[in-house]
Ligand binder design. Structure first.
Ligand SMILES: NC(=O)c1ccc[n+]([C@@H]2O[C@H](COP(=O)([O-])OP(=O)(O)OC[C@H]3O[C@@H](n4cnc5c(N)ncnc54)[C@H](OP(=O)(O)O)[C@@H]3O)[C@@H](O)[C@H]2O)c1
Length: 279
């Protein structure tokens, strides 16, 4: 039996086993099983060893170990290096290689909404572990984007901007710009407003920001990376104002689709059935 795992702490909430086992069944990959395991930081090296010796065929890594896993590996994809974040492990030859499929998952979610990251104004809340994967989508797009980055702890946003500035120079994509704004400070109207913070995971939480300028604005897309709960206050309020909204489910499905393809060679379909499966 080929064994796959998602590791994290906490891990009970993870929907990855449900999704990957559904796809294994659907595509007749009956010699494979996907489970979840709560781990501590000290266990990461052992997990890598288990991938190396074949006990594990593939691993997903979730909060809070994506950065730590990157630091533990000898080999990683360019995307993982750019974002210093690994969410997928795969054995290649005698090496265990770390990939970041969150970035690709985010890109897939924008494509499915016909949203092109070109010449856009984007407001990003948050500067945590997932935010570099979001930023790197706009770097790769090379499309003259203006990004406002707003985090409760300003220092973390500054550190991310430093990483961004180095990267855009490296890729010669200096047309994209990023500006740090203080938490709660109003700025010009944006085309995309993204919540990459964990605010909203709890029912009563709300981003403390005055969005009245967006009243009756059908052009702006409000995107919350959170998908459980399905509709955070950030999205509920946006809907009431008349803005377009989406949650993080398509990004989650996109990152899983990319990992599944790496492990099995099969690109599973993202359709209504699988979207409903996660509700
Ligand atoms: N859809 C998907 O596939 C997907 C993938 C990855 C992550 N996510 C979601 O993205 C979210 C962030 O994940 P992460 O890994 O980046 O988490 P993280 O590294 O723990 O970062 C948390 C972020 O939230 C901010 N924050 C937390 N509590 C806050 C509060 N009360 N007020 C203002 N800001 C607050 C933090 O700001 P400070 O720096 O000030 O602490 C930081 O920017 C999670 O909800 C996760 O579920 C979704």
């Amino acid at each position: 039996m080929n064994k796959y795992l998602v590791i994290g702490n906490p891990i009970e909430h993870s929907l990855s086993p449900l999704l990957h086992n559904y796809w294994f069944k659907k595509y007749g990959i009956l010699d494979s099983i996907y489970e979840k395991q709560k781990v501590d930081k000290k266990d990461l090296k052992k997990i890598i060893e288990q991938v190396k010796n074949g006990e594990l065929k593939g691993v997903n890594v979730t909060v809070p170990f994506k950065r730590e896993m990157f630091d533990c590996l000898d080999a990683s994809s360019s995307e993982a290096q750019l974002t210093k974040s690994v969410n997928t492990l795969l054995k290649e030859g005698d090496k265990v290689v770390g990939y970041n499929t969150d970035q690709g998952g985010f890109e897939i979610s924008l494509q499915k909404n016909n949203w092109k990251p070109e010449s856009k104004k984007i407001l990003i809340f948050g500067a945590g572990g997932v935010t570099p994967s979001i930023l790197s989508t706009f770097i790769k797009a090379n499309g003259d984007n203006k990004i406002y980055l707003c985090n409760r702890t300003r220092d973390k946003a500054e550190a991310l901007k430093e990483l961004w500035d180095k990267t855009v120079n490296l890729f010669g994509m200096n047309k994209n710009t990023i500006e740090i704004v203080d938490w709660g400070k109003k700025i010009e109207l944006c085309d995309l407003v993204i919540n990459t913070t964990s605010v909203g995971l709890l029912k009563d939480e709300n981003i403390n920001f005055d969005f009245t300028d967006y009243d009756n604005n059908e052009d702006t897309l409000f995107y919350d990376l959170i998908y459980n709960p399905k509709e955070t206050n950030f999205l509920k309020d946006a809907k009431l104002r008349g803005n377009r909204t989406m949650n993080g489910k398509l990004m989650f499905l996109g990152q899983a689709q990319l990992a599944f393809k790496m492990w099995t060679g099969k690109s599973p379909e993202i359709n209504k059935e699988v979207i409903d499966l996660l509700d």
